[in-house]
Ligand binder design. Structure first.
Ligand code: AMP
Length: 399
């Protein structure tokens, strides 16, 4: 069964095309700068060959036409016609409280997703555009929505409620939802597969450390807490997001700097985090280089970064009364050995011990990096959200 996975952002579409027989990637790529100058489709073929198609890609529908065009192209494609695509799986950011698992998309699902736009005004609309475009271009195609929030719907009330008047939860749905659910789900299940343990009997902490970053506590296969909240702003220090912050800082700055809500949102979402602290870059590699050159703010940012992750690991160990497995994933988690070492330093009392020989230089490959005999298995597992979306889609097709 061949499945197309789409991740539609505001000006981009990431795609991967799978043959689920063997879970092989037949093609993948990115449509970028939709509606802007320089829009193009970048294709990576199964052979590894890369091809760029430039063109005027005015909207998501045209972008998806390009994707379908390259998949069926005689020269660069991997299928002879669109009938070879059995289903399309979409990454959808916010499913609110309505969706606690992936679903086949119908008009009722679309209506519910539209209701969630308020909760994710930047993310859900492009996701919906992708779904609409496929309905128009391949009318009878089965489409599946896989929500970033769904995995965390198992969080208990005491973990997801904020300490504000509960009437605001009822009125606006203000609560913690959590994000990156597909990634946390994938790496926690993969960890169990590799270790040969049962997810249903394990306590796992997963650290998705990318440009956006979150930690999740997964007990007996269910998410019981996660660091992102009502929006992806809560929790860890990120590339450009502040993470946890006293709300008093927000109201103080709004007053002192005469900030409107949009400017305040931009300040904490786009100009904070590693970028804001250092004034250098949001990219972890740049910060690492500057820190090595002796830049004090870059050094502080790295310390803040590791300290926050460490605090979440400690608190989630407490929340689950223990931890069997700690997993690092995301661009930073998979690649930055120094960050993994700093995060786990002085957590040995809780049973987290990194073996430096196993950790040093390890990039983007599955491995166990804890010391032999340590209480907690520490692992690096490259995430694969697209594969998880393809698997959910296949499952919902009844295959
Ligand atoms: P993601 O959002 O998962 O693509 O992760 C992006 C982040 O991963 C950026 O901050 C990158 O600097 C960081 N990253 C990627 N490769 C490396 C590397 N080799 N060493 C350190 N950080 C890395």
């Amino acid at each position: 069964m061949k499945i197309l996975v789409l991740n539609c952002g505001s000006s981009s579409i990431k795609f991967q095309f799978f043959d689920m027989d063997g879970e092989k990637v037949l093609a993948k790529g990115l449509v970028e700068k939709i509606g802007l100058n320089g829009s193009c489709l970048k294709l990576e073929k199964k052979s590894g060959e890369k091809v760029v198609f430039e063109g005027e890609i005015l909207d998501h529908k045209v972008g998806i036409e390009y994707v379908l065009g390259v998949l069926t192209s005689k020269k660069h494609g991997c299928i002879s016609n669109l009938n070879d695509i059995k289903a399309v799986g979409h990454r959808v950011v916010h499913g609110g409280e309505r969706f606690n698992e992936s679903v086949v998309i119908d008009s009722e699902v679309i209506a519910q997703m539209e209701k969630c736009i308020d909760l994710a005004p930047l993310h859900n609309p492009p996701n919906l555009k992708g779904i609409e475009a496929i309905s128009e271009l391949i009318p009878d195609m089965t489409q599946v929505a896989v929500f970033d929030t769904a995995f965390h719907q198992t969080m208990p009330k005491h973990a997801y409620m904020y300490g504000i008047p509960s009437s605001l939860y009822k009125k606006y749905g203000i609560r913690r939802y959590g994000f990156h659910g597909t990634s946390h789900r994938y790496v926690s299940q993969r960890a169990c597969d590799i270790l040969g343990i049962e997810c249903k009997k394990s306590k796992i902490i997963t650290c998705h450390l990318g440009n956006g970053a979150s930690v999740a506590a997964i007990k007996n296969g269910q998410s019981v807490d996660t660091s992102m909240g009502f929006t992806p702003l809560e929790g860890l220090l990120m590339g450009t997001r502040s993470g946890d912050l006293d709300v008093g800082v927000v109201t103080y700055l709004m007053e002192k700097e005469k900030l409107g809500s949009e400017t305040a949102s931009t300040l904490f979402n786009k100009h904070s985090g590693l970028l804001g602290v250092t004034g250098i870059s949001s990219d972890f590699r740049d910060i690492g280089e500057k820190a090595a050159e002796g830049n004090e703010l870059a050094q502080i940012a790295l310390e803040m970064y590791a300290y926050r992750v460490k605090k979440y690991i400690g608190s989630y160990t407490a929340a689950m009364n223990g931890c069997d497995v700690l997993v690092f994933t995301g661009g930073i988690g998979e690649n930055a050995d120094h960050a993994r070492k700093d995060i786990c330093e002085d957590l040995n009392w809780l049973g987290f011990e990194v073996d430096e020989q196993k950790n040093d230089g390890l990039r983007a490959e599955e491995a166990i990096i804890s010391s032999d005999g340590a209480k907690v298995k520490i692992m690096v597992i490259p995430t694969n959200e697209e594969l998880m979306i393809a698997r959910d889609t296949q499952l919902l097709m009844g295959d």
